[in-house]
Design a protein around this ligand. Structure first.
Ligand code: SF4
Length: 284
């Protein structure tokens, strides 16, 4: 025989006890904090790396994904062939200037939350090719890096260790503080333009001014010897055909200082750090 339905008042001690045991009444912030654990547990155990490699380090990355090391046990074995379905970029190999625009473009195409792992000496600081004309000295000058893995090349075990560090980082994040939920967060990074060197799109006006100043200085320098050669004494001093070329006139200290300043400005204007302060702040 079924029990009759019993109505109780709000002041009934039994009903209050039952409510306190079965209903969570808490401020919204506390609810979000308790959700962090579930949210982060899901994300850290289902990392999807984007499938691309740059140089020899990529071979070690492929080894790590193979059966001997079994990245699948960390839930990160599903390398995606498109950045739009990936949340981890492993920069594995030497980063050349030619590749930087493509790497930044891939990064921009990844949805948030996204992470970057810099694998090996080359990706982190240029490695043995640091002084090369075509190599950048670290991918973190262009995109924010979350985890660095040392070595040339790092072993698959080292890369797995980097992955575990990334999992710890994900586990420590909070929904309320995550950068991609902030109102003013703009994750897109301007793609550098490959010209004579890498140029920062945001500094085109400045670059134009520097180029115009350099052009004017070159024109002035070209005009000066022509005027000097027109004088009879200069024509007389001109070397005969076959004679060794005359030494360039010695520059005054002021001219040398101006030349150094122009070169420094040119260096500053090219290969610039395209990260914004807000991008770097998010680095843990
Ligand atoms: S760090 Fe060493 S192994 Fe890795 S890409 Fe550079 S040279 Fe190759």
């Amino acid at each position: 025989m079924s029990q009759p339905i019993r109505f109780v008042g709000n002041d009934d001690e039994a009903s209050l006890e039952e409510v306190s045991q079965n209903v969570l009444v808490a401020p919204f912030d506390r609810v979000l904090d308790s959700l962090d654990g579930i949210y982060n547990w899901g994300r850290k155990n289902s990392i999807w790396p984007v499938q691309f490699g740059l140089a020899c380090c990529a071979i070690e990355m492929i080894c790590m994904a193979a059966s001997r090391f079994d990245i699948d046990r960390f839930g990160a074995g599903l390398f995606r062939a498109t950045p739009r379905q990936a949340d981890l970029m492993i920069v594995s190999g030497t980063v050349t200037k030619k590749m930087v625009p493509n790497i930044v473009r891939l990064y921009n195409q990844m949805p948030e939350p996204r992470y970057v792992l810099s694998m090996g000496a080359c990706a982190t600081g240029g490695g043995p090719f640091k002084e090369g004309y075509n190599v950048v000295s670290g991918i973190d000058r262009f995109i924010p890096v979350d985890v660095y893995v040392a070595g040339c090349p790092p072993t698959p075990q080292a890369l797995l260790n980097g992955l575990v560090e990334l999992q710890k980082l994900i586990d420590s994040q909070k929904i309320r503080e995550n950068r991609w939920y902030q109102k003013d967060y703009r994750g897109e990074i301007p793609v550098p333009v490959l010209g004579p060197d890498l140029l920062d799109q945001r500094r085109f006006d400045e670059l134009k001014k520097i180029s115009a100043a350099q052009l004017a200085a070159l024109k002035a320098a070209a005009a000066a010897p022509a005027g000097a050669a027109a004088t009879p004494s200069a024509a007389a001093a001109a070397p005969a055909a076959g004679a060794p070329p005359a030494k360039a006139p010695k520059r005054t200290p002021e001219e040398l200082a101006a030349l150094k300043a122009a070169n420094a400005a040119r260096r500053q204007a090219t290969m610039v750090d395209v990260r914004k302060p807000e991008d770097t702040e998010s680095k843990s």
